[in-house]
Write a protein that binds this ligand. Structure first.
Ligand SMILES: *Cc1c(COP(=O)(O)O)cnc(C)c1O
Length: 412
């Protein structure tokens, strides 16, 4: 019989969203009438239609595929030049950030990228993650064998957990010890927090001093409203020598069902071999991408390119304004209900302290039973998320207004 990768048996995950689904199903069966007014503010998925500019560009690309003269087979594994250039120029160079088109690797999603990046790093690295955290960073480290077993709180041996709470604005303090890799995600899922320029500068200084690589997930940069907050780690001096950035079109362009994202790896970024020789990271990822990936779809990349046209930009802006308008209403409703609320200002997630010492799951049940609203229990993102819940602003305005009314009507 074939041996399996036993690391998979250590996984505690598959717990959060299946458990939510189980409780929602039980509620629906027991309360068929109330279930009709159920509003889902749980999973972080966009709800509004694709920008028109994207649809037009894809229609054209489909027609190109239907014509022998313009048909495209396999494309470049790293992505088409038209998209890599549009990204480099619009997201970076136009903002004074030094990133070249050939430092950008197009993919079919940041979830895959943040997981796959571990392919190019060796065993024995000290790895730090925030708590609470986007579970993908943790689970992919478990799968590849970078951790021991989980304890009763779900914390894995071998990972360095950086606690995030209101005391540090949900941005972790600089650790006292050195680590090799650290995952940072700002604006943050699930807390909706952002990192200031000074905080990111401190992290880059730490990374340069300790030869740490920062894995920076900027999936929500488009939601930043405050111009003083960096949208890219590469806005910080020195970051080209210590950071990899992950970006996705999922949340800004509504591409969750389309699948397109990218990784930025500066050519000068270095790791080392076990014998201590320096090795550039960029060619390793390039090789990994070429061997295990055959490129994102031409049609989808054409759609993504359209996000950078004048029409595309204004349609993205309208989507962001819609979701951030929702976030603002949700923040206000929680405040009106006397709840302590974080996030929701530069991110589409509202992170709320549970009232009267309820656990995250008790609050989940209260929201489900009393308000018929599905939220995400904070404890599902790590033990430091206990006592919080996350409300997603990805919804229609009508649903959000209804959710706000119901939050204000919650019993104390
Ligand atoms: C949604 C999200 C992404 C994007 O993932 P895709 O695979 O590109 O859809 C990346 N990171 C975080 C933290 C997210 O919440």
């Amino acid at each position: 019989m074939a041996l399996i990768n036993e690391n998979f048996l250590k996984l505690k995950a598959g717990y959060l969203f299946p458990e939510i689904a189980r409780r929602v199903k039980a509620f629906t069966e027991a309360n068929p009438e109330a279930a009709k007014r159920l509003i889902r503010c749980g999973i972080g998925d966009v709800t509004e239609a694709l920008p028109e500019a994207v649809r037009y560009a894809m229609h054209e690309a489909v027609d190109e595929m239907g014509n022998r003269g313009t048909f495209k087979g396999y494309g470049p594994e790293q992505g088409y030049d038209f998209l890599r250039k549009a990204i480099a120029e619009n997201d970076f160079q136009a903002r004074g950030i030094n990133v070249d088109a050939d430092e950008i690797f197009i993919s079919d999603g940041s979830k895959c990228d943040t997981g796959n990046i571990l392919d190019i790093f060796g065993k024995g690295n000290k790895i730090a993650i925030t708590d609470p955290v986007y579970p993908v960073y943790v689970d992919t480290n478990v799968m590849i064998g970078n951790t021991g077993d989980a304890d009763e709180n779900g914390a894995y041996a071998g990972l360095h957990y950086l606690k995030c709470g209101p005391e540090n604005g949900f941005v972790p303090a600089i650790p006292n010890e050195r680590v090799d890799l650290v995952y940072l995600c700002y604006p943050n899922n699930p807390t909706g927090a952002t990192a200031t320029r000074a905080q990111l500068e401190a992290w880059v200084q730490y990374a340069l001093k300790n030869d740490t690589i920062i894995l920076y997930d900027a999936a929500y940069e488009a939601f930043i409203q405050d111009d003083s907050i960096p949208r890219s780690i590469f806005e910080i001096e020195g970051a080209r020598d210590c950071a990899i950035e992950f970006r996705s079109f999922s949340k800004n362009g509504g591409f969750t069902g389309m699948r397109c994202a990218f990784v930025v790896i500066p050519k000068g970024l270095m790791g080392k071999t076990a014998s201590g020789e320096k090795q550039a990271i960029h060619p390793l990822w390039s090789r990994r991408h070429s061997t295990k990936f055959n490129g994102a779809s031409y049609i989808i990349q054409k759609g993504a390119e359209a996000l950078y046209t004048a029409e595309g930009k204004s349609q993205v802006k309208a989507l962001i304004e819609h979701y951030m308008g929702n976030a603002k209403l949700l923040v206000q409703a929680c405040k009106d209900a006397g709840l302590a609320v974080y996030g929701g200002v530069n991110a589409p997630y509202v992170w709320v302290k549970t009232p009267s010492g309820l656990t995250s799951w008790q609050m989940f049940d209260k929201m489900l039973n009393e308000a018929n609203v599905v939220i995400t229990p904070g404890s599902g993102f790590g033990s430091a998320g206990e006592g919080y819940f996350r409300i997603s602003a990805f919804n229609s305005r009508a649903n959000v207004e209804e959710v706000c009314t119901r939050i204000k009507a919650l019993t104390k």
